[in-house]
Design a protein around this ligand. Structure first.
Ligand code: GLU
Length: 488
């Protein structure tokens, strides 16, 4: 029987969830779901200074928002917990002791200044900065002396010499490293907290992780981790290092290129479906030419062998296009619900939304939904449906409004609306048609001046939607503002 796939997303809670992290989480999640495996969320918080509960919260919130749920990990628990590294210190200690006893790790008492000076010296010689092993073979007396001086040791891994470390990466193929370039690295800091490279090995092994899908920036950590697996007699998981995400200028995606965290996209009015779809295509290519994928479809289609080695360029236009697509395809109720906080923020509506107002909002949002590419744009599009002062500023618009047919068009509209039994888009559409017919005017001579008279603008929602949802009273009040001589 094939081994059950177990993957993990293991963020360090040192900031909000980055889109690169979200993509790693997504690929892991897709692989787990596709194969009926487990997806684990582990928090790697050994960097005490930079880790924060707020970041952890943000990461969890963003994953939930994207629809990436973990079936094992923080909050939900599981058989291999705890799932937060700072709660696993006892577990790591056992393995550190084993390495120390076997002479595969040692205490190093060098000061930060000494380490910095060594790095400097190596760099000046054009060599790789690394620890040269000053404390490798301390005698008990030397150690005692350092301790007497009050020095606090770190624990370093004793990197074997002349070893070739081979990684058969599922994305990058065979990658090799020479142990000589690595230098004995720290596995436990002077405060007793293990480093990432050590803790990650113990955790991936003891949590029975079978596949590690993570960003390419971790590729250079992998040989260190492989050495620890070997020293402890543990089997490493399979690795898949996915390429970096680049900005349009092909440098590593950073704040300079725009929003980098998932919450930024959430706040900017993107739908999680669009971001998930987009992130999946960022490095993975489907077999068919299709571009639209729901999470369910991604689970069906995803495979690691279609993940590209070359870097993926973040294309905001494409993400925006996908977002527009998902907005158009979503039920209007859903888009209205999502728009409400934005409408409140724009002070177009109050905090409490009555049932009647809600039904009206659904109509209004429905009238413009096909035009927007993000939820945050909705206030700007629906503004014209709310009572407003109309100002005609554009010169061309002023000329159109001054057309000689405009007074009779406006008057006819008002009188027809007054006689109309039920104001709805279909009836208003009919009325507008009748006006062109009865007055023998072209569509342009009717629709454009009315639009300008009712909104002050030359573009906007369909006129029949606008008239229906602002209602007769507001139509009259707007016409009175823009055509005062006609409407008294
Ligand atoms: N904690 C690491 C990070 O957030 C992840 C390391 C890994 O996936 O192995 O970058």
């Amino acid at each position: 029987m094939l081994e059950k796939i177990r993957v993990r997303f293991a963020p360090s809670p040192t900031g909000p969830l980055h889109i690169g992290g979200a993509r790693s989480a997504l690929f892991n999640y897709l692989l787990a779901k596709k194969t009926g495996g487990d997806f684990i969320l582990r928090i790697e918080d050994t960097d005490l200074e930079r880790s924060s509960p707020e970041s952890e919260e943000n990461i969890k919130q963003s994953l939930h928002w994207l629809g990436i749920e973990w079936n094992e990990g923080i909050d939900v628990g599981g058989p291999y917990g705890p799932y937060r590294q700072t709660e696993r210190l006892d577990i790591y200690r056992k393995y550190v002791d084993q390495l120390l006893q076997q002479g595969l790790a040692y205490r190093c008492y060098c000061t930060e200044e000494e380490i910095a000076a060594e790095r400097e010296m190596l760099m000046q010689k054009g060599e790789l900065p690394r620890y040269l092993g000053k404390c490798r073979n301390l005698t008990p007396e030397q150690e005692a002396e350092y301790i007497k001086q009050g020095r606090k040791p770190v624990i370093r891994f004793r990197v074997p010499e002349d070893e070739l470390i081979v990684i058969d990466d599922l994305v990058r193929g065979r990658v090799t490293f020479e142990s000589n370039g690595i230098g004995d690295f720290v596995i436990v800091k002077s405060d007793g907290i293990p480093t990432y490279n050590f803790a990650v090995v113990i955790d991936d092994s003891s949590m029975h992780i079978t596949h590690v899908i993570r960003g390419e920036e971790h590729l250079s950590n992998t040989p260190r981790q492989m050495l620890i697996y070997k020293a402890l007699g543990l089997t490493p998981p399979k690795f898949a290092h996915i390429s970096l995400i680049l900005g349009k200028d092909r440098t590593k995606m950073s704040k300079r290129h725009g929003a980098t965290s998932v919450v930024n996209y959430q706040e900017a009015g993107f739908l999680p479906e669009a971001l998930v779809n987009y992130l999946a295509l960022l490095g993975w290519s489907p077999e068919k030419e299709e571009e639209i994928f729901s999470m369910e479809q991604l689970i069906q289609e995803f495979s690691l062998d279609r993940v590209a080695k070359n870097p993926a360029v973040f294309d905001m236009d494409k993400l925006t296009w996908l977002n527009g697509y998902y907005i158009r395809e979503s039920p209007v109720e859903k888009i209205t619900d999502l728009a409400i906080p934005y409408l409140q923020k724009a002070k177009l509506i109050g905090q409490a939304v009555s049932e009647e107002e809600y039904q009206w909002l659904i109509n209004v949002v429905g009238a413009i939904k096909h035009k927007v590419v993000s939820i945050s744009e909705i206030p700007a599009y629906v503004k014209v449906f709310f009572p407003m002062e109309i100002k005609v500023e554009d010169e061309e618009a002023k000329t159109i409004l001054a057309g000689e047919q405009v007074p009779i068009v406006a008057k006819t509209l008002l009188s027809k609306l007054e006689q109309c039994e039920e104001l709805n888009p279909a009836n208003v559409k009919k009325i507008l048609k009748e006006i062109t017919k009865e007055l023998k005017l072209g569509g342009k001579q009717v629709y454009m001046p009315l639009r300008i008279a009712l909104t002050g603008e030359m573009h906007g929602p369909e006129l029949h939607d606008l008239i229906t949802y602002i209602g007769l009273k507001e139509v009259r009040s707007r016409l009175a503002q823009t055509l005062p001589d006609v409407i008294k």
